[in-house]
Design a protein around this ligand. Structure first.
Ligand code: NAP
Length: 207
């Protein structure tokens, strides 16, 4: 249960990036919302596969946690939240898994390396892509890959869970998990909305 939908979605994102050519050694892979559920699992899987992970977080206090999961670099959220009018920025990322959207996805698209891909997973920072332009797509051949965990074909689910069994180190998963009981749920809900929950929460319904 520690893996959950967030972990499945992280693996589907890694697979989509690989299917579009990402390989270890191509350069840093940017994970946004890194201290959240999808971001934590994505960070651990990518690092275990040999990728250099750059983890974006708005919580500097999670830096040690993210480095423990395998992140090589911490990027402050503020570096990517300003909407700019530039058509392109310097090529920085060989791939990206984005759980945030909003201004961050607009900026990330402009910073992608030539021919690379972004897996768009979530909307923790907004439902639009703010400040996005067509230039990364037509001048750098950047791909924006939509990731949906709900309607995934069965064969792809099997492939993803098999990959999780092999590529997500269980000791890293343990580091992400916080156990909880049903009576914790009201407070947990408030904490989630305030962005204060880290990694994954496993609720023991019998406790
Ligand atoms: N496509 C699918 O099938 C699928 C499946 C599961 C989840 N999702 C979506 O994916 C997203 C992430 O899910 P999750 O389970 O990882 O959620 P989560 O545990 O709440 O993590 C979201 C993370 O996003 C960052 N964040 C939150 N608000 C932000 C803001 N205003 N600006 C920038 N960053 C912000 C925070 O990371 P830091 O504290 O590190 O900054 C937070 O921990 C959600 O939107 C969820 O609905 C989609």
């Amino acid at each position: 249960m520690g893996v959950g939908t967030a972990g499945l979605t992280a693996m589907l994102s890694v697979m989509a990036l690989e299917d579009h050519g990402l390989r270890p050694g191509h350069g840093p892979v940017l994970v946004t919302g890194a201290a959240g559920g999808v971001g934590s699992v994505a960070t651990a899987i990518l690092a275990n596969l040999g990728h250099e992970v750059a983890a974006v977080t708005g919580r500097p206090e999670t830096a040690d946690y993210l480095k423990g999961l395998g992140a090589a670099q911490i990027v402050a959220r503020e570096e990517l939240t300003e909407v700019t009018r530039k058509p392109l920025e310097g090529e920085a990322w060989a791939g990206s898994i984005d759980a945030v959207a909003g201004a961050m996805l607009g900026r990330v698209l402009k910073q992608m390396k030539y021919g690379s891909s972004v897996a768009a997973v979530g909307l923790a920072g907004g439902a639009a892509i703010d400040g996005a332009l067509i230039t990364p797509f037509i001048l750098r051949g950047v791909n924006l890959l939509g990731i949906d965990s709900v309607m995934q074909p069965y064969a792809n689910r099997l492939r993803a869970w098999e990959r999780i069994a092999g590529d997500l180190p269980m000791d890293k998963l343990e580091e992400m998990i916080r156990p909880a009981t049903l009576s914790d749920l009201p407070q947990l809900g408030r904490d989630i909305l305030k962005g204060q929950v880290k990694g994954r929460v496993v609720v023991d319904v019998n406790a």
